[in-house]
Design a protein. Structure first.
Length: 368
């Protein structure tokens, strides 16, 4: 972080060991196995169905996004077990990308974003790849809908919508957090922001009474000059700012005990800056580093708690030869984006599967 006061606080408990061989995951795998606003509307169109995979209701699976096996320019969704077995695509091939998957609380469905030309919609699919259907259609003035998150009771889905820019290449004219009620298909707006203060990435608190989200600050030219995390009470709209603007914090996620994990800086764009994972209390206290990656060499991004709160899954980016990420970015032969895991006490940093799967935005299935 750039702020001096924040940086001094981040030094507490910041040291962690370097990644070890994935043998550490043997113990973890055992634990896992035991363990209508304007512009968007509800929709029910159904694409070609996936070939149904063998995904038992009680099996632990990690869902994540990665490039399609048939195109380096299209992102699709995959499932893999923590032991690295059963790797398969969730949906049939498409010319459009699917990304940002989110498990339902009962572990039986996955919500995700799917591109549609120059727009994107929200979809839901069963864990075995069957029953895919569009649940929110992004129609003008909607530009994109994204970042789906299920309510704790599984009855509603929270998402972000931004509206079309005023002109080509411009900043969207508005940003909103909306909620889809799955029983009635009604879409309601929680709150809106104007074009120079975009919001995104909202996540429900465990009790469903609050959301954590990212708010950015843009210059008159549309450049992001700051970003911070906020918590908002849904009953009265009261907000608390958790991090400094110059932290460029992103991707918050609530743990079962109420703590929030997030990443900073390079996880969203500029790979030359330090991009690490942190924990913070919802009142803004207790800020603590989980990783201490060197700026420009390694990146931690898109963290998600495991359902039992014992670990955090995330995306770890680096060059396989240890060189600067800027030198290998986009080079499939050198650039590694792997599913990784770490414990909330900053120990146990390792790859998330025995086989070292490449991917991003991982999330572990709730198993009941």
């Amino acid at each position: 972080m750039k702020a001096k006061n924040a940086e001094s606080r981040l030094k507490v408990n910041a040291a962690i060991p370097r990644e070890r061989a994935v043998v550490w995951l043997a113990a973890t795998a055992i634990v896992l196995l035991a363990a209508c606003g304007s512009g968007s509307s509800a929709a029910t169109s159904t694409p070609t169905q996936a070939a149904v995979a063998s995904v038992a209701k009680s099996d632990p699976w990690i869902v994540y996004q990665w490039v399609s096996p048939k195109s380096d320019y299209v992102t699709t969704l995959y499932l893999v077990r923590p032991d690295g077995s059963g790797l398969h695509t969730l949906l049939p091939d498409s010319i459009w990308s699917r990304y940002s998957p989110a498990w339902s609380p009962d572990g039986q469905r996955i919500a995700f974003t799917a591109d549609r030309g120059d727009r994107s919609d929200l979809w839901v699919v069963n864990a075995d790849g069957s029953g895919a259907r569009r649940i929110v259609s992004c129609d003008e003035p909607c530009n994109t809908v994204k970042s789906a998150d299920w309510s704790p009771d599984g009855r509603r889905i929270l998402f972000t919508q931004d509206d079309l820019p005023a002109g080509p290449g411009g900043v969207p004219t508005g940003f909103e957090f909306k909620v889809l009620d799955l029983a009635s298909n009604a879409v309601t707006t929680i709150f809106s922001e104007h074009e120079d203060m975009p919001v995104e990435g909202a996540r429900w608190s465990p009790d469903g009474h609050q959301i954590a989200f990212r708010r950015a600050h843009l210059s008159p030219y549309g450049d992001e000059i700051g970003a911070a995390l906020f918590v908002r009470n849904l009953a009265d709209g009261h907000e608390r700012q958790l991090t400094a603007w110059d932290s460029f914090a992103a991707d918050p996620d609530w743990g079962p005990d109420g703590r929030i994990v997030f990443n900073t800086l390079g996880g969203l764009g500029d790979k030359s800056n330090a991009a690490n994972l942190y924990l913070i209390e919802p009142d803004g206290t207790g800020l603590r580093a989980l990783t201490t990656y060197t700026a420009g060499i390694k990146v931690g991004a898109t963290p998600r708690w495991t359902p039992d709160g014992s670990a955090i899954l995330f995306t770890q980016e680096e060059c396989w030869d240890g060189g600067p990420i800027a030198a290998c970015l986009g080079d499939a032969g050198r650039w590694l984006r792997q599913l990784a895991t770490i414990k909330p006490d900053a120990t146990g940093l390792a790859l998330a599967t025995f086989t070292g799967v490449q991917g991003a935005h991982p999330e572990l299935r709730p198993v009941h």
